[in-house]
Design a binder for this molecule. Structure first.
Ligand SMILES: *Cc1c(COP(=O)(O)O)cnc(C)c1O
Length: 502
């Protein structure tokens, strides 16, 4: 074979591109990546991916290994998450490509069950999906894709929803296809009142999904929690990501559902085309066996004990960070976080000149080599506003870098104490003056122009290093702009990033 470029050169180019990425190991990025701190596990995962590389998970009858690995992985997660058989039947499951796909399928299954129970065709009605505002955005996507009305319940200042507030939305429950609660929520690590909500929902015959995408592999080892998993009566499905605290490479999550008949509604099958008979448990057709094999290998190698040990390290690091943030004048931890993550906001109890803005803090931490994630303020339907925060996802490796991380976070706070976040008012004025209509999404060229005004030129992002630059001004702009406009700008930025250059 004559190659256009030699494989060695191709790999060298890849290595050069990877050099500009944020570091995936060593605990310097406190979101996106979940580093067990155990290189042997990464080696094992890599070898497992390699072994499954040519396999197509589309057909587990042709590739029996796929079915065997799925069975083991579903058994492992089901045992961990309390999935015993009850009157509604056994807990069964599917391996999906990630948390979003698990959440989408949970919603699709519930919608189809709701329609079938009423003899309705898809599109004939728009059932409700009830969830706290803190529910992962994947459920907004699910409601959008599958035609449900999203009924979001405001949460309390600490980020947890009151069970009574959810119950109030179920008083007239005939149009509710699904209630979703989180264990815990991504924005603030709040553990929703699963048992109370499930009790209300069960009384009214409404299914309940527990989104344990981020917490599912860690909370089983967290002490002192109320029941939150499939042990809770009324919980009908649960999602858990293996590519988070399962330490597998991206592309693997499990959706567990209670009852065979309920779960069968998740599948798509057709014999009505001239090709092979199709039956897909998930959204995809051809499926990689790689991430599945990696997750399987890691669960086999670690066992429950291994996950407990790693969770203990994350817990130690989370507690230490919580204490450290608590000691920083001008910052506070939001609510009562549960699991290996937390959110940090300004402490308004101190004098304005002693306050620390969490986004300026995040930018100062990033400048010191520690990437933490800015989250916007969120106005709720009841008139209250959830403050803007910074999110930290803590992993086992964090425990090893605390001696560098804590002083860096403290110094970053000292650096920005008393400074106020950028004001987006000037941006709004400039936009108003430019004649850009703010009431509808702009076209591609206009959007690119606005982005340029914000200093975001997609043709340069990612070449020099990770990120788009300081997050404080961008988040301030996102908060100030009408959501459809802000969303359109983000679409434009990402779309232009994938456009071939020159
Ligand atoms: C990560 C996450 C999701 C979505 O998962 P992806 O794997 O990013 O698609 C859903 N819910 C929660 C709570 C999460 O943390």
């Amino acid at each position: 074979m004559r190659f256009a470029t030699s494989p060695d050169d191709v790999l060298a180019r890849l290595a050069a591109l990877r050099e500009h990425d944020a570091p995936t190991h060593g605990g310097h990025v406190l979101s996106y990546v979940y580093d067990s701190g155990e290189p042997e596990l990464d080696e094992l995962a890599g070898a497992a991916v390699r072994a499954m590389q040519p396999v197509n998970g589309l057909d587990p009858t042709t590739f029996g290994s796929v079915a065997a690995l799925e069975r083991d992985l579903i058994a492992f997660t089901r045992d961990l998450l309390g999935g015993d058989e009850d009157a509604a039947g056994p807990v069964v499951g599917t391996v999906t490509s990630g948390g979003t796909e698990s959440c989408l399928l949970a919603v699709k299954t519930a919608r189809d069950a709701w329609l079938a129970a009423r003899g309705l065709a898809p599109g004939a009605a728009r059932p409700r999906l009830v969830a706290p505002v803190t529910v992962h955005a994947a459920f907004q996507k699910a409601a959008h894709y599958f035609g449900l009305a999203l009924d979001l319940v405001p949460v309390q200042p600490g980020g947890a929803v009151a069970a009574d507030d959810v119950a109030a939305r179920l008083e007239d429950a005939d149009d509710v296809a699904l209630v979703v609660v989180s264990a815990p929520s991504y924005p603030h690590a709040a553990l929703d009142p699963v048992a109370e909500v499930a009790a209300h929902a069960a009384q009214r015959g409404v299914p309940v999904h527990v989104d344990a995408c981020i917490g599912g592999m860690a909370l089983p080892f967290w002490p002192g929690l109320p029941a939150w998993d499939l042990r809770v009566p009324g919980v009908t499905s649960l999602s858990v990501d293996l590519h988070k605290y399962g330490y597998a490479p991206k592309g693997v999550s499990v959706l567990l559902q209670r009852g065979r008949d309920r779960q069968r509604g998740q599948y798509f099958a057709t014999t009505r085309w001239p090709g092979y008979p199709v039956v897909n448990p998930t959204l995809l057709g051809s499926r990689s066996g790689g991430p599945l094999a990696a997750a399987w290998a890691i669960t086999q190698a670690l066992g429950r004990e291994g996950f407990a040990t790693l969770a203990e390290r994350s817990r130690h690091a989370t507690d230490a960070l919580r204490d450290a943030v608590g000691r920083v004048e001008g910052l506070r931890v939001v609510g009562e976080p549960v699991g290996p993550l937390l959110a940090v906001a300004t402490d308004d109890a101190v004098a304005p000149e002693r306050r620390v803005d969490p986004h300026l803090w995040a930018d100062a931490a990033t400048a010191r080599g520690w990437v933490i994630q800015a989250q916007p303020a969120f106005p709720q339907a009841d008139g209250t506003v959830l403050p803007h925060t910074t999110h930290l996802t803590v992993t086992p490796v964090t425990a090893r870098v605390l001696d560098d991380l804590v002083p860096a976070l403290t110094a970053a706070a000292d650096e920005v104490r008393g400074a106020s976040r950028p004001d987006a008012g000037a941006l709004l004025e400039q936009l108003a003056g430019s004649g850009v209509p703010l009431d509808g999404p702009p076209d591609s060229a206009t959007a690119a122009g606005i982005l340029g005004g914000l200093g975001l030129d997609a043709s340069r992002i990612g070449d020099e290093g990770p990120g788009v630059g300081p997050m404080a001004p961008l988040l301030a702009a996102i908060e100030a702009l009408p959501a459809p406009l802000a969303e359109r700008l983000l679409v434009e930025l990402l779309a232009r990033l994938a456009e071939p250059r020159g």
